[in-house]
Every structure is written in C-alpha cells, then in structure tokens.
Design a protein around this ligand. Structure first.
Ligand code: PLP
Ligand code: LYS
Length: 430
C-alpha cells in the first residue's frame, strides 16, 4: 500500500478511470459522455471503453518498441477494437483461429499477426502458413512435427519463434503464472528441450528460426521479475543469435485505489535498457494485453437489490460472473462507485454480487459504497477493460452485454447486446 493511500470511505480514485473522466456538478462523464445517459441509452450491464485512451495505449507501445510490438488480443477483442488498434500501427498476438479471424475481418494483413497457442489446430496452422503470418510461436515438439509436415506439403518457408519456459516463479496468481516449472507452456530451459527445438528448426530446409519468445505470466507487478526472466534466457540468446527476443506481456494494472503498479513507460524502458546493455543487436519486442485495455474500460450495472443480513450487506447487480469471472477465478478485487453519486464518500462495506445461481458469483468481494445508494442506481466498476468481455459466458442463459466506445462526446455502439435469438441461433436438434 502506498504511503498516501486513500481510506476505505474515500470516493473512488478518479485515476482508476480513463484520463478523460470528469465529475462536474455531481455527474460523471468519460470521453465526454455522461455515464448515466450512456447507461440509459444502451442498457446495463454494459462495457464502456474510452476510444482515445485505447488509442493512446497502443500508440505508446508502438512508440517504445516499434510496430513489431503485438497487442495480445485475448485481453479484449472485437473487430472494432482490432480496427482501432491497427490504425496505430501495432501488430497482433492471436492464439486461436477465432482471434485470427476477428483481426483479419477488421482488415489487418496476416503479416502483422503472431500466432500463439499451446495446441494450435491443424487448420489454424495451415491458414497461418498459407496467408503468411509474421511468426508462428512454436510451443512443443508435436507442433514442430506438424509444422515440418505442413511446410514440406506446401513447399513453403515458415518463420518461427521458439517459446521457451525459463522456469521462474513470479508474484501473480498461480493460474496465470506461465514461465514456471508447473506451466504447460513452452520448451523448458532446465532440460535440453529448448536447445533441441531451436537446433531442429535451424537444421530444417524450410523452417526458419527467427527468435526466442517467453511469457512469464500475467498481472505481474514487479519489473524485476521480467528482468530475472530475461537474465535467465540471455545465455541461450547469445548462443543462438536470434533476430528477435520477445519478452511477452504480463504487466499488471491498478485495480484498487491503493494498488501500485509500474507504468507502461517504466516497464518498456527497463526492458529496452536491459536489451541494449545485455544483448546489443537483438531486437527486443513485447506483447502487452491487459496494460493496453484494462483501464480504458469500465462496466456499468444497475442495482437490483440492497440487503443487509446481520453484519453483511449485499448489493446485487444485473450482471456478475458471466461478464466478469475474474473475482471467482483469481480472487481479483475491484472498486465500485455509484454513478448517481460519483463523489460521495463510501462508508458502507458491502459485497457487490451478481444475478447468477452461485454464492461465489461476486463482482466486487470487498466494496465500499455510498450511503445514498438505492435500488435502480447505476453502479460502475472501473478497470474492467481486460479479460472481462473476452471471458464472458452465457451461464444461466444470460445474454452477454453490449460494448460501447465513447469519444468526444459521442457514444458509439460497437457490439450490440446479445438477444435470445442469438442464444438459440445454433440449436438445430429440436
Ligand atoms: C503468450 C502471451 N503473450 C501475451 C499475453 C498478454 O498478457 P497480459 O495481458 O498480462 O499483458 C499473454 C497472456 O498472459 C500470453 O499468454
Ligand atoms: N485471464 C487472466 C489473464 C490470462 C492471461 C492469458 N495468458 C486474467 O484475467 O487475469
């Protein structure tokens, strides 16, 4: 916790919201759009993104690393987002055929894609090779077998990166730690697997070894963890002289008033400085996801019930684990505030819960809410722009929320709310 941490009863820290957030005469706006009016126009639950903030994050990444830096689309992706991001010059990390298709539908050339995944399907690999993605990141020997066969069958060269697992522990939730010995991802460096994979590619007549890739995990808050991972792989990079070294993504963000997190600029500068000193001549790239989109997004809900049972207060909203499974999966915390009374002190300790049939359906495990809050008010959870919409589900046959971009006083519907017809569009057996 930082020295000047706000107390539990303070209003929400506006710095958790997009930079355009303003409170004037008790009304809060983002991107020049009044959030109460946005909720009224598009309904709730609703994902709202500040388009300028998204653009600024992508642009910042390109300014630091150059256009080879790839946005990790799993954090948030719609064709509209892909189009906005592509206009900044950024490349794209896709890890399934669906992400690939989405980015291609937005008009992005395959040469700007980096293909990921620990079990890429044969049709996904074939498309990536035929359309000429920038790099395929090889994860394991079975995939290498498939790529050798595919390259021979198509008579086509393929540019590859080798995903290595440095075997280090980082400070994050175990489910999203990916560079440790318990992780399914990548070729281990503590055996000779990583070296054998690189040598096999170098010896192949059609496969081309272009680089080494690592990704230590997500929501990592300490720059030292990234530097430790880079130090671990440096000898291998010196030995095999790849053109590029990709440090992956993984930088965390602030979710709570009291959280501290390095800025993207500090993170990028530390990594690039390490590269200049330790491996001159190797291009260092990254694949940020969360840090590009988390803070640009927020969720609006409508409060449906506010109940105190003994010493517990439950504020039930019209969404839940179907639009944000992160509290259930990773014990993640969020702030919550009343859009009707955005600058009110928040002395009421409560759990913000969803509408699903599970006690674990928690939106904000430890929320502080204003005394003025009443049923029908709009509740906002800031910093929901990453891994909310993309991990949304239809649990309890709940339709997924709409996505709206706000900018310069205009709110634009980018993805409409799901309908019951959408929910049943695939049913053919009745
Ligand atoms: C290979 C790879 N690159 C990049 C990312 C993006 O990570 P983050 O959203 O934490 O920046 C991920 C997700 O953890 C990933 O698996
Ligand atoms: N879904 C995770 C991040 C996973 C990163 C993907 N490798 C989260 O919400 O924190």
């Amino acid at each position: 916790m930082c020295a000047n941490a706000l107390t539990e009863t303070d209003p929400v820290d506006l710095s958790l919201l997009p930079a355009s957030a303003k409170v004037v005469d008790g009304r809060i706006s983002v991107g020049g759009c009044d959030l109460l009016e946005v909720a009224e126009e598009f309904g709730t639950p609703l994902f709202v993104y500040d388009a300028a903030e998204l653009r600024n994050h992508f642009t910042e990444a390109v300014e630091h690393f150059g256009p080879g830096v790839a946005y990790a689309t799993k954090a948030f992706l719609t064709p509209g987002l892909a189009k906005l991001a592509s206009e900044t010059g950024i490349s794209f990390d896709v890890s399934t055929g669906g992400e690939y298709e989405c980015v291609r539908r937005a008009g992005v050339d395959a040469s700007r894609l980096v293909m990921h995944g620990n079990n890429k399907q044969p049709d996904e690999l074939r498309r990536a090779v035929v359309e000429g993605v920038q790099w395929i990141v090889v994860d394991n020997f079975d995939e290498l077998d498939r790529l050798e066969t595919l390259a021979a069958e198509l008579g086509q060269g393929v540019d590859l990166l080798v995903r290595i697992n440095p075997g280090i522990e980082v400070h994050t939730h175990e489910f999203i730690s990916t560079g440790n010995r318990d992780s399914k991802f990548g070729f281990p460096t503590w055996t000779d697997d990583a070296a054998r994979a690189i040598e096999r590619i170098r010896d192949h007549e059609l496969l081309r070894f272009k680089g080494i890739h690592l990704h230590i995990g997500s929501f990592v808050l300490q720059i030292e963890n990234f530097i430790e991972a880079l130090d671990t792989v440096a000898p291998m990079v010196r030995q095999y002289s790849p053109e590029v070294l990709i440090v992956g993504g993984g930088l965390g963000v602030r979710y709570l008033n009291e959280d501290e997190c390095p800025s993207f600029a500090d993170w990028a500068q530390a990594i690039l400085a390490w590269g200049r000193e330790t491996l001159p001549g190797v291009t260092l790239l990254a694949e940020p996801g969360r840090s590009m989109v988390a803070q640009a997004g927020l969720t609006l809900y409508t409060l449906g019930s506010l109940q105190t049972k003994g010493d517990r207060t439950f504020a039930a909203v019209d969404g839940g684990m179907s639009d944000n499974p992160r509290p259930m999966l990773y014990d993640s915390g969020y702030e919550a505030f009343s859009v009707n009374d955005p600058q009110a002190a928040r002395p009421v300790a409560a759990q913000v819960v969803g509408r699903h049939c599970e006690s674990g359906d928690i939106v904000v495990p430890r929320a502080f809410l204003p005394e003025s809050l009443k049923v029908g008010d709009v509740v906002c959870t800031p910093v929901t722009g990453a891994y909310g919409y993309t991990m949304a589900s239809n649990y309890n046959m709940v339709a997924r929320p709409a996505v709206v971009f706000v900018e310069d006083g205009t709110a634009t519907l980018m993805t409409r709310r799901e309908t019951y017809d959408d929910l049943f569009a695939r049913e053919v057996g009745f």
